[in-house]
Design a protein around this ligand. Structure first.
Ligand code: EPZ
Length: 420
């Protein structure tokens, strides 16, 4: 029985919320733990269904994992390159990242092609092009991808698109390759930097993460005294709570945030007349007395541009802003799943190819809506906070993939959400 959120309109959200560790840093770090025979202690790991799905996948290779109070230990000493099962990989696209680790450590891997999902077909051609450049032979058949290589050779690789997953998969494979790998036009997200830091902790030699060129010196063996790593705070969860404060015209402080990582969201909020105060490890989002939220255009871009994972949430804010805004989604080909649901709440939105044109309305009206993916689901919850009348959001399992206790933490700030 899938759960629903029953959301009553609430006043201005007030108070402080602690941001969790980043899902999209934890998942590649978990895939990287397969590279080493030593036990890894990972901290600030969020308690999310995606994290537990990745642990189940690691255990299907013979690794052992233990999760308690946001600390996860992984012992992949006894892991073997068994075939990754479809039902495990099908649930979680990030599972495809184990390919790079298994190939590097064992010389082979067989992983099901990750299915598409609500936000697009999500091919893995850039992943495979990179692995082939390192000398892997690749075989596609019956929905599985098998890769093998006697010994991977470092190579110079230019990514057609700064794909986050492709950058991560190639980094994982190159750590134990012979010689140097130079990855150009790669992704520069903070989660890439976090993965590079973890790989260096386990004995890899990676430089340049966070720029568009990463250099990996292959090592023969991974050696490390003790492997302990704490993942970075989740910049997308932080952005989502910043938007919740803005939509409810509230005054909310987010603790455990790296202000630099949420700069694109901060800049956009200031542009629409919301105040943001940045401190060392927290940000405060608030609205000046009777200030009006004005419309602004938005274009999602790879980091450090405005993140595609925050596009739906920003659209919820623009739905009741004063004026017309144009939101263009350049990263995914089909990431406007929230539009239909927002329109059922009374939003005035027209889609023209990769852009959505939003005419701000005075107020949305609560009704029954369905979450299609985790960020669209979060956007619907945000829209419900300020709507007239109650809203029922179904498909809450999508939201639980990316947000630890989303309803509980919003309620602590003054929201009125019941999980049924
Ligand atoms: C990561 O997905 C994130 N997931 C996504 O977050 C995020 O939306 C995305 O990066 C972009 O920032 C994780 O980190 C686990 P991509 P990923 O490869 O790696 C195309 C969330 O909400 N592409 O950068 O799959 C692809 O189709 C999730 O937490 C190819 O064409 O993203 C897409 O249009 C959703 N060929 C674009 O690149 C490839 O081989 C960006 O994809 C790979 C990607």
């Amino acid at each position: 029985m899938t759960e629903k959120f029953l959301i009553e309109p609430c006043g201005a959200l007030q108070g402080t919320v602690e941001i969790s560790g980043a899902k999209n840093a934890a998942l590649p770090v978990l895939a990287a733990a397969l590279l080493t025979e030593q036990t890894c202690t990972l901290q600030s790991i969020p308690d999310l269904s995606d994290v537990h799905a990745m642990c189940a996948l690691l255990e299907s290779f013979g690794a052992r994992t233990h999760f308690h109070a946001n600390t996860l230990t992984v012992d992949a000493g006894g892991a073997e390159p068994l075939d990754a099962s479809y039902e495990l990989v099908g649930k979680l696209r990030a599972s495809f990242l184990v390919m790079g680790s298994l190939l590097a450590r064992f010389g082979r891997a067989k992983v099901p092609l990750p299915g598409g999902c609500a936000i697009g077909t999500r091919p893995v051609d850039l992943h495979l092009k990179g692995l082939a450049a390192l000398g892997a032979s690749i075989d596609h058949s019956h929905g599985f991808v098998s890769v093998s290589a006697k010994k991977l050779q470092g190579a110079k690789i230019y990514l057609d698109f700064p794909s986050v997953g492709a950058t991560e998969n190639i980094m994982l494979a190159a750590v134990l390759a012979e010689g140097q790998t130079v990855l150009e036009n790669c992704a520069s997200e903070p989660e890439i930097v976090d993965l590079a830091n973890f790989l260096n902790t386990i004995g890899g030699k990676i430089r340049g993460a966070g720029t568009d060129t990463i250099k990996i010196e292959g090592v023969r063996r991974l050696e490390a005294r003790e492997i302990r790593h704490s993942v970075i705070p989740d910049r997308i969860e932080a952005g989502t709570f910043m938007l919740a404060a803005a939509i409810s015209r509230g005054d909310v402080t987010l603790a455990n945030v790296m202000p630099d990582h949420v700069k694109p969201v901060t800049a956009k909020l200031k542009e629409v007349n919301i105040s943001v105060e940045e401190n060392d490890s927290s940000v405060r989002v608030f609205c000046k007395r009777d200030s009006k939220i004005i419309a602004a255009d938005l274009k999602t871009m790879p980091y450090p541009g405005f993140p595609t994972d925050m596009q739906a949430q920003f659209m919820s804010l623009m739905a009741t802003a004063a004026g017309t805004s144009v939101i263009t989604e350049t990263v995914f080909e089909n990431r406007f799943m929230q539009v239909g649901e927002l329109k059922r709440m009374g939003a005035d939105i027209k889609i023209e190819s990769r852009s959505a044109i939003i005419e701000g309305v005075n107020r949305l009206t609560g009704t029954q809506v369905a979450a299609s993916d985790l960020r669209a689901g979060a956007a619907l919850v945000l829209a419900a906070l300020g709507a007239k009348g109650a809203t029922e959001v179904s498909g809450v399992q999508h939201i639980d993939r990316g947000y630890e206790g989303f309803d509980v933490r919003l309620n602590k700030l003054g929201a009125r959400i019941r999980r049924v």
